[in-house]
Design a protein around this ligand. Structure first.
Ligand SMILES: [Zn+2]
Length: 489
């Protein structure tokens, strides 16, 4: 068996063809060397050097403090990209940028007030992509619904009103549809505006922005507390009057860039292992968590491998995508520009759900590939607790590669600040308890407390956790780049 497998590998690799027909049932791993003889030693070196330097935290703190929000189409995002490029060049890494045209949306001045039954200035944030109120202050009666089912039931009572969505947070992926489609569905029944309870399990009067699907009526997020108060008022029979003013509008697309940080493969230089995060943030957020941390630990993973003088068999690329938040044009553009190479992308990993304590990766790909990843994680990362392969979810940016057949994954993290189910402050606002050890496990983190808010600042992250994430990604990508074959699809 060993001879047959080796021969097959040589034949397939010689022709640069992925081993898609390669059957792992026919070829137990024991029959050939999956990991290079010095794989463990190299992994330990990556981990040691990652845990030995605070450079990733220092850089992220500098960038988020000094440049601040990096919204698509703004000079600040391009300034941040220039700064990253300059630092990565100092690292001695090969740096490329690729131009991407990105949408340009401007928030402008905005406010919302409750007028009746009492006057209150509301903490709000217009949703990305929303239209404005046409230069006037829109004033209307509000109707509160807790779901789209209730909206449909109330369809005769919507015309001319502001619809307030007071939906319970279940999970980000389930609940975010209210931000995405709340306005267009309310518009269909004649609403004049939509206010959406922030998509978060926990709030301290913090509105969370985010993108929405196009609609001709303005839409904004409001806080959990205000949405719940409006629901209580309506239940008592009190009539709600709300006024809304938004200058939001779109401008022409602007030019931005993806950054590619590369270590060329010494044997299969035209085969790739990708790790990345996105450089852009919302206009109101420093974007330390979302996704400065993810972008910087991806960069750091590559920097560590380069600084140690390790030479991977395949090319390792950190891709720092632009415009994830309101268009994903960076991810789309990378997939287009590199379409002919995608068959030779072994894996694409992404970090975009926080850089807290990493526990492994989720993975969307074949069960054969998953088995290989489990072996890598178990062999090289179990000592630092980040070698698990669980779940199937992948983030927005790698989803464009996954849709083209590239095995893809996402860094999974946990956050001790959330504590156990017993003392989790998220729970009063959501359906308890969170399921343990499944792919939504990252929701047991503070990520969505701060996501798309002005509170997404560097103090929410720790240097130690960033180092741990960088070590984890460095070990994953280096080991995958050195496999005897591309990950089977
Ligand atoms: Zn993000």
């Amino acid at each position: 068996m060993k001879m047959v497998v080796s021969l097959l590998l040589v034949l397939f690799l010689h022709h640069g063809v992925p081993i898609s027909s390669f059957s792992l049932q026919m070829a137990p791993f024991e029959d050939f060397q999956l990991l290079a003889p010095d794989a463990k030693e190299d992994a330990d070196r990556i981990i040691r050097s990652a845990m030995n330097t605070t450079i990733v935290y220092d850089r992220l703190a500098y960038m988020t403090d000094t440049i601040g929000p990096r919204f698509s189409g703004t000079p600040a995002l391009e300034q941040a990209i220039d700064w990253i490029v300059a630092r990565a060049q100092e690292d001695g890494i090969i740096v490329k940028t690729e131009n991407v045209m990105v949408p340009r949306w401007v928030r402008g001045r905005e406010f919302a007030n409750l007028i009746a039954p009492r006057r209150k200035s509301l903490r709000m944030l217009g949703l990305g992509g929303s239209v404005g109120t046409g230069g006037t202050t829109l004033r209307a009666e509000a109707i509160v619904v807790s779901s789209f089912v209730e909206l449909d039931r109330q369809k005769e009572n919507i015309r001319g009103k502001i619809v307030v969505y007071n939906q319970e947070f279940v999970s980000y992926s389930e609940t975010v549809v209210y931000r995405g489609y709340g306005a267009s569905r309310a518009e269909a029944y004649g609403a004049v505006a939509a206010l959406v309870r922030s998509i978060t399990p926990f709030g301290i009067q913090t509105p969370h922005t985010g993108s929405m699907h196009s609609s001709n009526i303005p839409a904004a997020s409001i806080t959990i507390e205000d949405a719940m108060m409006f629901a209580r008022m309506q239940a008592r029979g009190q009539t709600l009057q709300i006024e809304l003013y938004m200058e939001a509008h779109a401008l022409l697309d602007a030019q931005s860039r993806n950054i590619i940080l590369e270590i060329p493969g010494c044997t299969y230089s035209d085969e790739y292992v990708i790790v990345g995060g996105h450089t852009d943030s919302w206009d109101i957020a420093d974007g330390a968590m979302d996704d400065g941390g993810g972008a910087f630990v991806s960069w750091e993973a590559v920097r560590l491998i380069h600084a140690l003088g390790l030479r991977p068999l395949r090319t390792i690329r950190a891709v720092l995508w632009t415009n994830e938040e309101n268009g994903a044009r960076g991810a789309e553009s990378y997939a287009d520009n590199h379409a002919s190479e995608l068959i030779r992308h072994s894996i694409a990993l992404e970090s975009d759900v926080g850089t807290f304590s990493p526990n492994g990766i989720s993975f969307a790909g074949s069960s054969d590939a998953r088995r290989i990843l489990e072996l890598i994680g178990g062999s090289l990362l179990s000592e630092i607790g980040s070698g698990n392969v669980s779940g199937v979810s992948v983030g927005e940016d790698v989803s464009f590669l996954n849709a083209n057949g590239v095995p893809s994954g996402s860094l999974n993290v946990e956050d001790v600040r959330c504590g156990s189910d017993d003392n989790n402050p998220c729970l009063p606002y959501s359906h308890a308890p969170y399921p343990a050890f499944d792919e939504d496990n990252f929701l047991k983190s503070g990520y969505f407390w701060y996501h798309h808010t002005a509170a997404d600042t560097i103090d929410k992250l720790s240097s130690r956790q960033l180092q741990h994430c960088a070590a984890t990604l460095g070990v994953w990508v280096y080991a995958i780049a050195n496999l005897p074959f591309l990950l089977p699809r």
